[in-house]
Design a protein around this ligand. Structure first.
Ligand code: GLN
Length: 479
């Protein structure tokens, strides 16, 4: 292999470990060296962990004994809102800057059982609110393809780490696009699983009915490996679902011909011309490879973004109410109890977080809850029906992941222009359906080649269809 160990995929690293060309400690050292050299420039990691020699030795023993877990000995990056026992989990907020997790998130427990290693915790928008990682209380992460641009968000640290080979793969969380959008901006693959497929136990909540943890990786195959390792019903999260809840899964794996739905009416005017051209070209190649393109209509989808920006802040405002300066998190004392709350929450939360708490409190308040929250919740049901109906005709629905490539720092400083970038990703969170972003080439901005992504949504629990179409797209990129 000519690749450096840190540049390998999970599959490549696992096979090199098994052929004994590489030891687990070599792989760890290569990743950890790369992190130490490049992180000061990128700020992908908020904290770099020391080598856990016991875990490295244990992983090596398992590999030597012929253990089949492909994640055994693989160094991963973990978003800073996923708890690892004994480590700080700050959600990139001053509020939780010193909060140390007292237990492992279920996904971490599963990864530890699989023998995976953890390189550190990655930067993000505060409490996962944003699309650029500029809302981190600890400085923005830079896009490895052009450091004057954002990596996307909110899982920008995880995406930049994988793209810059500062981790073999990573975990992020996705409430309205936070895995898929940074994956697209950094040129890697990102999956938002079906709601309930992956346990949220130990994830610092943003919008509980929308949040899912998922993988960011260099290939679709790696994405599937990580997804298989973290998924499954969990007694600690009552919203997790058993396999087959939504009916028999489609036939697994293998190349197959899929019907791809394209909602042309939603794509007009909102997408940069060269992104649109790349999207059309990718679909053309898929059609030439035997997949079928089908025009579909999703008339209610125009309301998805508005519904998301009501439901999400409503849930944010209730979830973050627990951070009151009393139980845990930053505590600033004033003259009276009310001062304690006000001072702690004003100092602890950044501007975007405060904006969403205010919006959420407003849409839930008496007199407005019917006009805003309940109406948005009704839109959610209608959207789900609309998508269910579309899936009687197609296997997956395609969009570009974002309307534009990665933007410059500060370019979207008014909140609304940032929110508009979520137009193609939020619906999967509102309906609970799984969705993937896969690289579909590059566009040029200011002399730099910037990666872009194609996005597919599938019916509940049909992740296999996403992996199949994702691998088909990877083939179109390679020839
Ligand atoms: N960009 C979206 C937002 O700002 C999505 C965030 C997320 O998925 N966590 O809300």
């Amino acid at each position: 292999m000519n690749k450096k160990p840190n540049e390998m995929t999970i599959v490549e690293a696992a096979s090199t470990l098994r052929s004994k060309e590489l030891k687990v400690s070599d792989l760890w050292d290569a990743c950890s060296e790369a992190v130490k050299t490049k992180n000061p420039k990128l700020n992908a990691y908020l904290e770099i962990f020391d080598a856990d020699n016991a875990a490295i030795t244990a992983a090596q023993k398992r590999v030597d004994a012929g253990d089949e877990s492909l994640l055994c000995g693989i160094p991963l990056a973990i978003k800073d809102n996923i708890l690892i026992e004994g480590k700080i989990a700050s959600a990139a907020s001053k509020m939780l800057a010193n909060y140390r997790a007292t237990y492992d998130a279920t996904v971490i427990k599963k990864l530890k059982d699989a023998g995976a290693l953890f390189l550190g915790r990655t930067n993000m928008d505060e409490f996962a609110m944003g699309s650029s990682t500029e809302h981190s209380a600890f400085g923005a992460t830079k896009n490895p393809h052009d450091i004057s641009r954002v990596p996307g968000g909110s899982s920008g640290g995880s995406a930049a780490a994988v793209a810059a080979h500062l981790a073999i793969a990573a975990l992020g969380s996705d409430t309205g696009g936070s895995i898929r959008q940074p994956a697209a901006h950094c040129g890697i693959v990102g999956l938002k699983p079906t709601y309930g497929a992956v346990s949220r136990s130990g994830l610092i909540a943003m919008g509980s009915s929308l949040d899912q943890i998922g993988p960011l990786a260099k290939t679709v195959e790696d994405t599937r490996i990580l997804y298989d390792a973290i998924r499954g019903i969990d007694a600690l999260d009552a919203t997790t679902i058993p396999d087959g809840l939504y009916g028999a899964p489609p036939p697994a794996g293998g190349p197959r011909n899929l019907r791809i739905g394209i909602p042309q009416h939603l794509l007009k005017e909102v997408i940069d011309a060269d992104m649109r051209a790349a999207f059309d070209a990718t679909l053309d190649v898929l059609a030439r490879h035997g997949h079928t393109l089908v025009d579909i209509e999703l008339p209610m989808s125009v309301y998805a973004l508005a519904a998301y920006y009501i439901i999400m802040p409503a849930e944010v405002s209730t979830n973050l109410a627990r951070l009151d300066g009393m139980r845990y998190g930053l505590a600033t004392r004033g003259r009276m109890l009310l001062d304690d709350y006000v001072l702690s929450r004003t100092e602890g939360f950044g501007e975007e977080t405060r904006r969403r708490i205010l919006l959420g409190t407003f849409v839930l308040s008496s007199g407005y809850i019917d006009a805003y929250y309940r109406k948005a919740d009704a839109v959610r049901i209608v959207l789900r029906r609309e998508y269910d109906a579309a899936f009687s005709k197609v296997d997956v629905i395609a969009f570009p992941t974002t309307p534009s490539p990665a933007f410059m720092f500060g370019e979207k400083s008014d909140p609304l222009s940032m929110y508009l970038g979520d137009i193609f990703t939020v619906t999967a969170n509102l309906t609970g359906m799984p969705a993937i972003s896969v690289p579909m080439g590059y566009v040029e901005r200011g002399g730099e080649k910037l990666p872009i992504g194609i996005h597919f949504t599938a019916p509940h629990q049909a992740e296999d269809a996403l992996f199949a179409i994702g691998e088909a797209v990877e083939k179109t990129n390679n020839n």
